[in-house]
Design a binder for this molecule. Structure first.
Ligand SMILES: C[S@@+](CC[C@H](N)C(=O)[O-])C[C@H]1O[C@@H](n2cnc3c(N)ncnc32)[C@H](O)[C@@H]1O
Length: 359
């Protein structure tokens, strides 16, 4: 954690400023330590990343990083970590250092740039990100953080999962980037501060997606823009509608599977989907040049532009989260209208990419 992150964060419980107690630091960063609030809250900084989670979610940090808690037991204030069971942690000490899925994503800068341009199309030119203080909400492996950091003055990024560790790893040479682990519903961020916010493929996984969206709007400076990508719904007349129903049905079982097994099964499903939908689309549009098809909702047509491993990873993504919401154009526009956002730009294809400015 760079000390500059303190300019952006506050205690998620009381909103007061936080201070740092370092256990281990290098010239530029706090490697291990604590964030402290005068209200009595403590948040661990582990492997250079603050883990700012409260309530039940806090316990997941103990499970993810038992080594930290065992190593620094003597330095941790007893009143701040009453709920730790050190005997249990001692047994867990061999846990992996980052979430399973993200370890499967290779760093592929060409692909990342291509994806970034696609998602950011509605903002009307990437130069609009120039010298802005930006928030990446739900950064995953940090691929968009990486691309946006080339334009941003400072970019702050968070994720609920341990994917932030992978995101940190990919962005470690970018000096204007800051990460922390937190839940979108309880963010430790100052209000009205960010000059651009983006959240790509995150809100539709929340139990209450619009509530997450409203939290982000509160962090945005007046006159600044927010870009969101969420899945779109399909009419009952489309084949996609039934494919989504089938996916939702299968998710009842797949969400209970171990990650390794699910990732393994994503291969045959992706191969089958590619053969049934993507290959005919490529043949019809590229060999027979039936250009009209590019304007249709042909299932999975987006994957004709990406390497095959993107479909494997997206297949895993589709079957692993416990829930997923989908929106019509009117429904997603209504989010922006209810918060009085102006100059709204919306584009389809694979989902809604929607941008608007706060008044
Ligand atoms: C499909 S990934 C997208 C990641 C990234 N935005 C991208 O486009 O590569 C969805 C991400 O949302 C994160 N997420 C889900 N619920 C969240 C929450 N309540 N708070 C913060 N992040 C959350 C997940 O951990 C996951 O990394």
């Amino acid at each position: 954690m760079k000390k500059r992150l303190l300019d952006f964060i506050v205690c998620p419980s009381c909103g007061k400023d936080l201070s740092i107690r370092a256990f281990k630091e290098s010239e530029e960063e706090i490697e291990d330590g604590l964030l402290l609030c005068s209200c009595g809250q403590f948040f661990p900084i582990i492997n250079r990343i603050p883990r700012i989670l409260i309530g039940e979610l806090r316990k997941s940090v103990y499970k993810q990083f038992p080594n930290f808690f065992v190593k620094y037991k003597e330095l941790l204030p007893v009143e701040g970590f009453k709920d730790i069971n050190y005997d249990k942690l001692q047994k867990k000490k061999t846990l992996k250092s980052f979430s399973y899925l993200w370890s499967k994503y290779p760093k592929d800068l060409n692909e990342w740039e291509k994806n970034f341009k696609f998602y950011f199309e509605p903002i009307g030119g990437l130069e609009k990100l120039k010298d802005k203080v930006i928030l990446d909400a739900g950064c995953g492996n940090g691929r968009h953080t990486y691309c946006a950091s080339k334009y941003a003055k400072e970019i702050v990024a968070f994720d609920l999962s341990q994917s932030v560790d992978m995101a940190y790893h990919y962005n470690k040479d970018n000096h204007n980037v800051h990460f922390f682990q937190a839940d979108i519903y309880n963010l430790p961020l100052k209000r009205n501060l960010f000059e651009f916010i983006f959240s790509i493929g995150v809100l539709h996984y929340l139990p209450f997606p619009e509530k997450g969206f409203k939290k982000l709007i509160g962090l945005l400076k007046d006159g600044s823009g927010i870009l969101v990508y969420v899945y779109h719904s399909f009419p009952k007349t489309s084949l996609n509608f039934y494919l989504v129903m089938l996916t939702n049905f299968m998710r009842r079982f797949t969400t209970k599977m171990p990650y390794k097994l699910l990732y393994f099964l994503s291969y045959p499903v992706a191969i089958l989907s590619y053969l049934i939908f993507v290959v005919p689309y490529i043949i019809l549009t590229k060999v027979f040049r039936i250009k009209k098809l590019t304007q249709t909702n042909w299932p999975l047509k987006l994957y004709s532009r990406y390497p095959f491993n993107v479909l494997i990873n997206d297949t895993f993504d589709r079957f692993s989260p416990p829930l997923e919401h989908r929106y019509s154009k009117q429904e997603i526009l209504a989010w922006y209208e209810r918060k009085n956002l102006r100059d709204i730009e919306i584009l389809g294809e694979g989902g809604w990419r929607i941008f608007g400015l706060k008044k």
